[in-house]
Ligand binder design. Structure first.
Ligand code: 9MR
Length: 570
């Protein structure tokens, strides 16, 4: 009996309610909720059936019948795939899809509110990530479970790594860099990743201000006048400002211990933390982020001094990068924590120049902005598209010297390409390569498409954006909803130091795991993965799998952006 069949028997017998086995079923849906007017499908894998039904989850009565199109072979999973399309079934309720003897977990169809919980908790995840302050049960209770914890990493005394010593700041100089979010399942704080993350979150705010102005996240700052998502971002921005060296405007890469910490709670991780690295990509990411934040918080009564301070800091960092040329960061020999370092800084330069131009209107930045380049789905190592997104959504406020038509054409080319990948791939995904953080790539693709739909007022891009969301919530060949706490089969053993050591059975909620990735299966051992050959299936819900089952700021943030755009479209 093959392992799929065994697990199906187990499921039929109701064994193991909190299912962990992969490919528990051959039919996969969004496991949380579809919006009534959105396209709705389920993925059918390697089955020979010709029809499907939708059943009411309570009564098991058939409410919809449909035919399955011919299967197509999907190279990335080595499976024959077809799709049960029930987009025209819009009646709110709780259902499941049945194909032959196989079925999906149940899900809701909702007229309104399909995205509310996933949106709130994927942003709350950032609150739960806060360093240097206790997490309060009042703000951190999910499904009756209290995720409060003691403060960790005050970071009011961190040491300048010897590799950075200057006459003004000698080795081991004590600096104070408190606050900010942990980067991922580790406790480092990294400038590069903070930048792309804040771009996603602040873009979400810019595109749906009204909705965010009233969205209560129940965080400690919820009682002030500022939108909660902006309060949450401010926690990171305040820390980020401390990463600049006031002497030369350069920006440090990270604050970490010298080695990745053991699996223990933040309050128990007492190793010395160091300020490490000072590179120009870092300075440019910082400049871009501060310039962007400066215009978002302008005139904000809760943070009256921030906007001006941020713009000054941005200019200083930009000038540092111009003066110094390319300085690429590499870990010093005594340190093995994350690097977030990629060669070539034209992408960071472009992004920073775009944000500086939009915020200041100063045409001197035009000379650093060329649109004769290829724009791809962004990730921390290629941030040029963040600049393009900002130009696009601020196009009505740009100087006449900026070619707005070209901005639109470039953006259209990008989303048209994503749309055709979605349409023509048997797996419907707009990505073709599942590398480390593939779920972040899916979320970013969906967000770009949803932005395209909103700006160009073209629904066709939304179809693909919806699928990206549904994929992340379970409509994928692994059968997992990749957002912790959501869906019947979701990750239980994430590579996260807090979730591993807090003594609570379920992991912290609202976190998107990295997702399928074939390239680093050595972390747990190749043979442990459901497939070590086919990338779409190379996901493992195990603590050892930092390459597929870790969580990170830059994956949650585009999920927030995508989800907020879908909510805005309800
Ligand atoms: O997301 C990063 C991925 O693109 C890199 O290939 C990988 C190895 O350098 O690092 C990932 O980022 C990790 C960071 O370096 C440290 N904190 C955890 C991040 C997620 O795994």
């Amino acid at each position: 009996m093959n392992s799929k069949i065994t697990t199906i028997f187990a499921a039929a017998l109701g064994i193991g309610c909190s299912a962990t086995a992969q490919n528990l079923s051959f039919v996969h849906s969004n496991q949380v909720a579809y919006s009534a007017n959105a396209p709705k499908t389920a993925m059918v894998v390697d089955l020979n059936e010709k029809t499907f039904v939708i059943k009411d989850a309570k009564t098991d009565i058939d409410v919809y019948k449909g035919e399955l199109p011919k299967k197509k072979f999907w190279r990335e999973s080595n499976e024959d795939i077809t799709w049960a399309d029930f987009s025209d079934f819009k009646k709110p309720g709780r259902y499941y899809v049945k194909v032959g003897n196989d079925r999906t977990p149940s899900f809701f169809i909702k007229e309104k509110g399909a995205y509310d919980e996933t949106l709130v908790w994927s942003i709350k995840a950032f609150y739960l990530w806060r360093a240097s302050m206790p997490i309060d049960g009042q703000h951190a209770t999910f499904n009756g479970v209290n995720y409060s914890r003691e403060a960790g990493h005050p970071d009011n005394v961190v040491y300048l790594h010897s590799s950075l010593a200057t006459p003004e700041r000698k080795a081991d100089t004590e600096l104070s860099c408190p606050g900010g979010w942990y980067d991922a399942g580790d406790y480092g704080k990294y400038t590069v990743n903070a930048g792309i993350t804040l771009h996603s979150l602040l873009t979400a705010y810019q595109l749906n201000k009204q909705m965010f102005d009233t969205l209560n996240l129940n965080i400690p700052e919820s009682t002030n006048q500022t939108a909660d998502i902006l309060d949450e971002c401010m926690y990171e921005l305040k820390w980020l400002l401390t990463m600049q060296d006031p002497n030369d405007g350069g920006v440090y890469n990270k604050i970490t211990t010298l080695k990745f910490p053991d699996m223990r709670m933040p309050a128990k991780d007492k190793e010395d933390r160091y300020v490490i690295g000072k590179s120009t990509d870092c300075a440019l990411d910082f400049a871009a982020t501060m310039a962007l934040a400066s215009r978002i918080y302008k005139g904000n009564a809760d943070y009256p001094d921030f906007s001006e301070k941020a713009l000054k800091a941005a200019k200083k960092a930009y000038e540092f990068a111009e003066r110094k040329g390319e300085i690429v960061f590499m870990n010093p020999s005594d340190c093995n924590t994350g690097e977030y370092s990629a060669p070539g800084q034209s992408d960071e330069k472009f992004w920073a120049a775009c944000e500086m131009l939009i915020t200041t209107g100063d045409e001197k930045y035009l000379s650093d902005i060329t649109l004769f380049q290829i724009f791809n789905v962004p990730f921390w190592g290629d941030v040029r598209t963040l600049g393009l997104v900002s130009l696009l959504i601020n196009k009505d406020n740009l100087t006449d010297k900026m070619d707005k038509g070209a901005v639109e054409r470039k953006y259209r080319a990008l989303v048209d390409n994503l749309l055709s990948l979605h349409k023509f791939s048997p797996g419907k995904l707009p990505i073709t390569d599942f590398f480390w953080g593939s779920n972040g790539q899916v979320a970013n693709s969906g967000a770009l498409l949803a932005i395209g739909a909103k700006v160009f007022k073209q629904d066709k891009y939304m179809d693909a954006a919806y699928y990206c969301y549904d994929y992340l919530l379970g409509e994928n060949t692994t059968g997992y909803s990749f957002l912790t706490g959501f869906g019947r089969i979701s990750p239980k053993h994430i590579h996260d130091r807090r979730s591993t050591s807090d003594g609570i059975a379920n992991p912290l909620p609202g976190y998107l795991v990295g997702g399928p990735n074939l390239n680093q299966t050595t972390d747990c051992g190749k043979s442990k993965y459901p497939s070590n050959k086919y990338s779409a299936r190379a996901y493992l819900d195990d603590i050892c799998s930092y390459s597929t089952n870790e969580i990170a700021l830059n994956w949650n943030a585009p999920f927030v952006l995508l989800t907020s755009l879908l909510k805005g479209n309800e």
